[in-house]
Design a protein around this ligand. Structure first.
Ligand SMILES: [Zn+2]
Length: 305
């Protein structure tokens, strides 16, 4: 455990270099975990922190995403897991647990969700319905996210009846430290059922992962988690599994392509809650020139506003 923690910064540094070198090669997926030399589920759709740009060079081809033959999520059943002993402390909990439950409930059937519904896969079309089953609390010591299989194992421990369209975001009490990312999503198998899993650091007071919501509606920590939650859930819906569905020539998924760009101060969800949240890439909006620009000035981002 201790050795692994010490090794992590070196692994991430190597990963960053490797990704930078591969930025122009085709279909490079974001996979830090393979560098550990273990057969682990890949880290997909990594939500890089502000200023951490492994894809700094412009793409040579169309920025639109292409289909890679896999499934999408026609609907979603979600249940959040809050993992780590600090989730017993009101100073960490604050408005986050109730706020995120409300976030997932309001995501369902929102215009924000519908902004990702143009994508189809071998099993149908992405749909906006999310059935949110609340949250679970696990006060045991949490993993730090460097092992995707540890996050999948936590989901399998906590979720007694996993469903095939299940999406299980894991919010740990561990701070990001030197990691260049705020969150990622991946997938795994619990009792033979394929599940979608996401990992989120504790990003309280972490300027590298902060959307800088000034609305006063939420604590900084909740506002930050809700923004990265939109990124990861939108990616899981459109690119959930192996061999993958929708990503671009550099392996970027719909959340990656619009990360850290915001169209409006607040996006309203179906339950009336409001969030400062990044948009998601739309091929059709880019082609029609009707999206708002991402950080490369490409007008393909939609937030349903
Ligand atoms: Zn991503």
């Amino acid at each position: 455990m201790f050795r692994k923690l010490l090794v992590l910064p070196a692994v991430l540094l190597l990963a960053g270099l490797s990704l930078a070198q591969n930025a122009d090669s085709s279909a490079t997926r974001q996979d830090l975990s393979s560098l550990n030399g273990q057969h682990e589920p890949p880290m997909l759709g990594i939500h890089w922190a502000r200023g951490f740009t492994p894809f700094a060079r412009p793409a040579k081809r169309s920025p639109n995403m292409t289909y890679h033959g896999g499934v999408i999520m026609p609907s979603t059943v979600s249940q959040a897991i809050f993992w780590g002993p600090s989730w017993a402390n009101s100073s960490l909990v604050g408005d986050k647990i109730t706020g995120l439950d409300s976030w997932y409930t309001g995501f369902s059937n929102s215009n924000y969700a519908k902004a990702s519904d143009e994508y189809t896969g071998s099993n149908g079309q992405v749909g906006p319905v999310v059935t949110h089953n609340g949250h679970l609390l696990d006060l045991s010591t949490a993993a730090n996210g460097s092992s995707t299989s540890a996050i999948v194992a936590e989901v399998c421990r906590e979720i007694t009846s996993p469903v095939s369209n299940g999406y299980y975001p894991v919010y740990v009490d561990v701070k990001r430290g030197n990691a260049g990312y705020c969150a990622y999503h991946t997938f795994g198998t619990c009792s033979g059922v394929t599940v979608q899993v996401a990992f989120f650091f504790n990003i309280d007071g972490d300027v590298g992962c902060d959307p800088a919501d000034t609305s006063g509606l939420h604590s900084q920590g909740l506002a930050a988690l809700s923004n990265v939650s939109g990124h990861e859930l939108s990616e899981a819906r459109t690119d959930p599994d192996s061999p993958g569905a929708w990503y671009d020539s550099r392996g970027q998924e719909n959340g990656d392509k619009c990360a850290w760009t915001f169209n409006v101060p607040l996006v309203t969800f179906s339950n009336g809650t409001q969030w400062k949240i990044q948009g998601e890439w739309s091929n059709s909006a880019y082609t029609a020139g009707t999206g708002y620009p991402n950080s490369s000035g490409q007008k393909g981002c939609l937030d349903g506003h």
